[in-house]
Design a protein around this ligand. Structure first.
Ligand SMILES: [Zn+2]
Length: 53
């Protein structure tokens, strides 16, 4: 799985259809409409939704 931000393949799967990029330190998933959702992971583990143009 490619990272939608930096486009490396250096990502890991962290859940069902959920991936983590070790470069950007973000999580992302792809929904049923093939839209990519990107989340920044806070220090406390909470996810912040990032809108990508
Ligand atoms: Zn990345």
């Amino acid at each position: 799985m490619y990272c939608p931000l930096c486009e490396t393949v250096d990502t890991g799967k962290v859940g069902t259809d959920q991936y983590y990029c070790w470069h950007c330190l973000i999580e992302f998933n792809i929904n049923s409409k093939n839209k990519i959702n990107i989340y920044y992971v806070e220090d406390d583990g909470s996810l912040i939704d990032i809108d990508v143009p």
